[in-house]
Design a protein around this ligand. Structure first.
Ligand code: TXD
Length: 321
């Protein structure tokens, strides 16, 4: 069997879970790179030694040398600082841009044919920077945020309606910041609009709207809610699970429709920016962006979110990146 080679750049909290999930699903052999000496070797040794118990044949190794990611088919990047309580994702811009530049050079020089999923924050700016420095084709470089933000939204809806989250479809578009756009009108439980179910539950349109507004607000702030409780570090299991779903769709050519930070060239009226939109992920990476109609209110929220992404990208450019 010709196994895929998957390189993880960053072996911290999210990188560690990525190694476990990818090996457990046997998506390929895993190489974890980090600048901290011995840590990725130790972490992957631990994951690899569970192979007999979990039952996987994937090889899991750690390294401090970019040479070892040579020939990687897929690279997932989590290198960079996470938030501390009270910080916004944008506060990480300067530090993480420096890190992302060096990572992009390392990946460009050692795994020039890889597909790349960026997770580091501020997400949309970091994907933009990776693509710019690496010069990789736009369809091969994308960011993970929407799969997680949408899963959070779906989870809150499932809790509220007391139904299986597997039957909830809910999507969040826009940039991965506080201005992200949970799409209320399209949220449904096996095709039935969530708003209709809320109105039936409460027998009152106003109350249903209030409950939905609270879920939307919680979704937008969900990353910060976790940061505040953890006190050190940010969410790690759910972002790793989200990126694993994207990786699986690419590796197995599933063509799943997943919200991803993808490069827009006119879609949704946006040209030349990475933003969270529904994308078909398959053997060619981002194969297509699925456009959908937005009403005035949704469009205004989406434009506001795009403006926040542009502001970050411009700030990064002013910093010389
Ligand atoms: O959905 C999403 N996109 C996100 C993103 C959800 C939650 C958190 N998200 C962001 O992911 C978070 O704000 C951070 O920017 C990244 C990684 O989060 P993680 O929780 O994994 O951070 P850690 O545990 O601090 O791990 C970061 C690792 C750490 O081991 C560092 O040594 C390493 O990055 N690091 C580097 N690796 C390679 N190369 C360089 N230059 C480097 N610098 C630091």
């Amino acid at each position: 069997m010709n196994r895929k080679k998957i390189a993880l750049i960053g072996g911290g909290q999210i990188g560690g879970v990525l190694a476990q999930l990818i090996a457990s699903k046997e998506l390929g052999d895993v190489v974890m790179f980090d600048i901290v000496e011995d840590m990725p070797q130790g972490k992957t040794l631990d994951v690899g030694e569970a192979a007999r118990i979990v039952g996987f044949d994937s090889k899991v190794t750690g390294t401090n040398s970019y040479k070892d990611i040579e020939g990687a088919d897929l690279v997932i990047i989590t290198a960079g600082l996470p938030r501390k309580p009270g910080m916004s994702r944008d506060d990480l811009l300067t530090t993480n841009a420096k890190i992302m530049k060096s990572v992009a050079e390392g990946v460009r020089d050692n795994a020039p044919n890889a597909f790349v999923i960026v997770i580091s924050n501020p997400l949309d700016a970091m994907v933009t920077l990776f693509q710019k420095v690496s010069g990789f084709p736009f369809n091969k470089v994308m960011g993970q945020a929407g799969v997680l933000d949408s899963s959070r939204f779906a989870t809150f809806i499932a809790w509220e309606l007391n139904v299986s989250v597997k039957d909830v479809n809910a999507m969040v578009l826009g940039g991965h910041g506080d201005s992200m756009v949970p799409l209320v009108r399209y949220a449904n439980v096996n095709g039935v609009p969530v708003m209709e179910l809320l109105e039936r539950k409460y027998g009152d349109k106003e109350k249903a709207k209030e409950v939905m507004d609270a879920m939307v607000q919680r979704t937008k702030m969900a990353g910060g809610e976790v940061v505040k409780l953890l006190k050190t570090g940010s969410a790690f299991f759910s972002p790793a699970a989200a990126a694993t779903a994207m990786a699986e769709s690419i590796i197995k050519d599933q063509k799943r429709v997943l919200p991803a930070s993808a490069y827009l060239q006119g879609e949704f009226g946006v040209d030349g920016y990475y933003v969270g939109v529904p994308a078909v992920l398959g053997a060619n990476g981002v194969e297509r962006v699925l456009e959908l109609s937005l009403n005035e209110e949704e469009k205004a929220a989406f434009d506001n979110s795009i403006a926040a992404v542009k502001k970050n990208v411009e700030a990064m450019e002013r910093l010389g990146f």
